[in-house]
Design a protein around this ligand. Structure first.
Ligand SMILES: Nc1nc2c(ncn2[C@@H]2O[C@H](COP(=O)(O)OP(=O)(O)OP(=O)(O)O)[C@@H](O)[C@H]2O)c(=O)[nH]1
Ligand SMILES: [Mg+2]
Length: 342
């Protein structure tokens, strides 16, 4: 099936096309780009919510409750659950599926999981693509759950419109979250398991941390991150969470939603370019060939330069005088370093 054919079936509302296109996104199918081009005019209506937080904080249980709450408020929901690939979370993963399946009898809800691929690249690209597909299909809300560890998981949530960070009492989570900079990405903070001891203290700690942060920042122009207490076991606080998400949406919509989203699309373009280049280059140079180059007592910069040289020289040939000026400034070690790291 061609990209435009499957796109047409998606736009007609066929669930088969929805599943197939998400698989294409996940496997970086060569026809995905064509399919996306055909559905892209329909992308942008859904509100994208990222749910993240430490392992076991209750993200899946809470997402399940939030989906039910969103359905009650009239929104259809597409859910993308990023499965942690660690064998230690296998049990929780099974739990996710069982909990989530309670919702799948409802046709206004679509749930799909995606492997996080042992920290390999491509996760953020695949996840954003899958969100675009669900968005074009017509879901009012697209919810992405990912465990808050690692750069690629961070990239996944950073691409959504509203980021919900879920914490729970115990195990010094609050402090760990502060250290991990998880507060920096939060638009809404949830203290889940509010039925457990320590939840109130965690609320107070988080509110203190947020107050300190807003003193340091330009308080007038920034969003006031709400802290919401929830218990996914008791079903409490879920309506407040939905209202907090809607509040953040309303706030963004009166500001620069278009600018915010286009900034995120810029990051997406950079990711696509980086991945295409790396796939191309690492397809030609495997670890063995790199090791033998290094054994010939050459520096990492020299080896990197050798790999990048054909790419950079073609850019310089195709480019303008501006590119040549840049090349003259950067020197060979500098450009090699940049190419490898970024
Ligand atoms: N007491 C209490 N336990 C909860 C609550 N929500 C979730 N749990 C429990 O916390 C454990 C983890 O819940 P999950 O929803 O799987 O958490 P998660 O954050 O999705 O976990 P990972 O996906 O493995 O990172 C389970 O045993 C849940 O039953 C809650 O509100 N109160
Ligand atoms: Mg989970």
């Amino acid at each position: 099936m061609t990209g435009p054919e499957i796109a047409e079936r998606l736009l007609r509302g066929e669930l088969f096309a929805l599943s197939r296109l998400i698989s294409w996104a996940e496997n970086a199918h060569p026809a995905f780009a064509d399919a996306l081009a055909a559905i892209y005019p329909r992308v942008g209506k859904a509100w994208r919510v990222g749910v993240t937080g430490p392992p076991g904080a209750g993200k899946s249980s809470l997402s399940n409750e939030l989906v039910a709450e969103l359905r009650r408020s009239g929104s259809t929901v597409g859910v993308l659950a990023i499965d942690p690939s660690s064998p230690f979370t296998g049990g929780a993963l099974l739990g996710d599926r069982i909990r989530m399946e309670e919702r799948t009898k409802d046709t206004g809800v679509f749930i799909r999981s995606m492997a996080s691929r042992d920290g390999h690249g491509g996760l953020a690209r695949a996840a954003v693509d899958a969100c675009d597909v669900m968005d074009a299909f017509g879901f009012g809300t697209v919810l992405v759950e990912t465990v808050g560890v690692g750069q690629s998981e961070y990239d996944v949530v950073a691409a959504t419109d509203t980021v919900v960070v879920v914490l729970c009492p115990g195990a010094g989570d609050g402090i760990q979250a502060l250290k991990a900079g998880i507060l920096e990405v939060a638009d809404v903070l949830v203290v889940n398991k509010s039925d457990l001891d320590g939840a109130e203290q965690l609320m107070l700690d988080l509110e203190d941390a947020l107050r300190l942060r807003s003193i340091r920042r330009d308080g007038e122009n920034s969003w006031d991150v709400p802290v919401v207490a929830c218990s996914s076991h008791q079903g409490t606080g879920i309506d407040a969470l939905r209202r907090a998400i809607e509040g953040h949406r309303a706030w963004l919509e009166t500001r620069d939603l278009v600018g915010m989203r286009s900034h995120k699309r810029v990051q997406q373009v950079r990711r696509i370019v980086r991945e295409r280049l790396e796939d191309e280059l690492w397809g030609r140079h495997d670890d063995g060939s790199l090791e033998s180059s290094l054994r010939a007592s050459r520096t990492p910069y020299d080896v990197a330069h050798e790999i990048l040289e054909p790419v950079l020289s073609s850019i310089h040939v195709a480019g303008t005088g501006r590119a040549e000026a840049g090349h003259a400034e950067s020197g060979h070690a500098g450009s090699g370093h940049k190419g490898v790291r970024s």
